[in-house]
Design a protein around this ligand. Structure first.
Ligand SMILES: Nc1ncnc2c1ncn2[C@@H]1O[C@H](COP(=O)(O)OP(=O)(O)OP(=O)(O)O)[C@@H](O)[C@H]1O
Ligand SMILES: [Mg+2]
Length: 465
């Protein structure tokens, strides 16, 4: 039997408890003993067990209460009840309430072993199922392009059209805009969705290994090539290959890549046998490939070959209307261990929408993940949002006020007191003007004295008269 399982044994009769614990320990389990129901409840709240074995009769309650509590706190932990003579009826009831099995007294140790083994098997299945479900929703999230801005709608529409074809797709856009997510979405909607899908980041690979990784090698092709190895193009046969950062592809290998695209054929490194492959290619880059072509860093013929369908992923600052939906998506993703989903205060949300996000969606995701980790309560306010974001957002706010002439422009977020808004505008204006109070007062249309008084009230001028 597999060892390392943690068992909670709840039995008030000490000799029985010790005997059972001994048998379980011999099977490689770690046993925690409890003599009362309340002790058991405490243990259940503190720790997750692989198996819970309560006696039906306990001094301060019964095993069924322990069973119910365990089902509630840890639904994937099997419970096996120990029952006295003639309590078949209770045993049936326990099974109905979700017990895995029961052990009648006097205990038959062989039966105990068999029951334990079965319970651990069930638990392993439950856990496997859980992790598969998580993997599934992770993949779904990966292929779900969040957002409803016209820019992302257009991307989604092109993807829908080209996904079912075998056309090569080139994805461009700044870092973190979701090129990899888009690639996943293309594959998920293609006929190759159940076939191999390999992602290879050319930039993350040592240059001298790129050829061997992509096309494989024969035994003895180079020092260290002790046996033949298939490359990505061979393994992904029938499926899709995502070549991330294609702009980093060494020139000498670009010829070989061009040939695979034209003839669906290649040779392994050090080999002579021609291998045929049917692979759909999706490439991505945040480099300007046209410029690279002009500079002689990228083959023009290859560029035309991979640029059959070009999808440009817009930067987040050009589709700010998607920020709230994306933020909510990440709040859900980073929900707490108990499943609570945190919310952003209107203030925090307006800071997020005012910011320009040079690191795009990845940066937004990181900011929200951090806020979810740091913020203990259910509401995330600006204090938990990356300071850089809040500060830059404040400046953007002040700038748009100036450009729009007067406060009352489109960016005033609802849900704050007038005083809060006033304070933020004044401070933002000051920051924007490099702290020059005379100019700020003029800009704000108030007297210098008034400005000083307000700053003092905000605690911005400590000790000022
Ligand atoms: N539309 C979207 N909806 C939900 N999550 C997204 C979306 N776009 C991107 N993401 C998330 O943002 C992060 C960055 O996305 P991705 O890795 O696809 O960007 P990229 O364009 O490939 O970046 P790089 O150029 O740095 O490789 C990932 O965590 C991804 O899950
Ligand atoms: Mg990427």
């Amino acid at each position: 039997m597999e060892s390392g399982h943690i068992v909670l044994l709840v039995e008030d009769h000490e000799t029985t408890r010790l005997t059972l614990a001994d048998v379980m320990a011999r099977e490689g389990c770690k046993v925690k003993g409890a003599a009362t129901a309340s002790e058991a409840m405490k243990a259940l709240r503190e720790e997750e067990f692989d198996l819970v074995v309560p006696d039906l009769k306990l001094p301060d309650g019964d095993g069924l209460t322990v069973l119910d509590e365990c089902r509630r706190l840890s639904p994937h932990t099997p419970v096996v009840l120990i029952t006295g003579h003639g309590s078949e009826e209770v045993a049936v009831q326990a099974m109905k309430r979700g017990a895995q099995d029961y052990l009648p007294k006097p205990l038959d140790l062989n039966r105990l072993r068999a029951v334990m083994e079965a319970a651990f098997r069930v638990r392993a299945l439950h856990l496997e199922n859980l992790s598969l479900q998580q993997e599934l929703s992770r993949r779904k999230a990966e292929t779900d392009l969040i957002g409803s801005s016209p820019a992302i709608e257009k991307v989604r529409q092109v993807i829908r059209q080209v996904a079912p074809t075998n056309a090569t797709v080139l994805l461009t856009g700044e870092t973190g805009v979701g090129k990899e997510v888009a690639a996943g979405s293309i594959v998920a909607q293609s006929e190759r969705s159940m076939k191999p899908f390999r992602k290879i980041n050319i930039a993350a690979m040592p240059r001298e290994l790129v050829e061997a990784e992509l096309f494989g090698y024969e035994r003895g092709a180079f020092t260290g090539a002790f046996k033949m190895k298939k490359g990505h193009f061979e393994v992904a046969d029938g499926g899709t290959l995502f070549l991330d950062e294609i702009g980093e592809m060494p020139l000498e290998i670009q010829v070989k890549l061009l040939r695979v695209l034209q003839e669906q054929a290649f040779e392994r490194v050090g080999g002579t046998q021609t291998i045929r492959t049917d692979v759909r290619l999706i490439c991505s880059t945040n480099r300007d490939l046209e410029k690279a072509c002009k500079e002689g860093l990228f083959r023009e013929d290859l560029y035309y070959r991979i640029n059959v369908i070009h999808i440009h992923m817009p930067p987040l600052r050009e589709r700010k209307e998607d920020i709230p939906a994306l933020a909510r998506h990440f709040l859900l993703q980073f929900r707490g261990p108990g499943g609570q989903v945190k919310e952003l205060t209107p203030r925090a949300m307006s800071a997020l929408t005012a910011y320009d996000w040079p690191g795009n969606i990845r940066q937004l995701r990181n900011v929200i993940e951090r806020a979810c980790l740091l913020c203990p309560g259910p509401e995330i306010d600006v204090a938990y949002i990356d300071e850089k974001v809040v500060r830059a957002a404040g400046q953007a706010l002040a700038r748009s006020v100036m450009e729009d002439g007067a406060p009352g422009g489109p960016v005033i977020p609802v849900g704050r007191t007038l005083e809060e808004v006033e304070r933020e505008y004044i401070l933002a204006t000051l920051r924007e003007l490099g702290g020059n109070k005379t100019r700020a007062a003029k800009q704000l249309g108030i007297g210098l004295k008034t400005l000083y008084r307000k700053l003092e009230k905000y605690g911005e001028i400590p000790g000022a008269v």
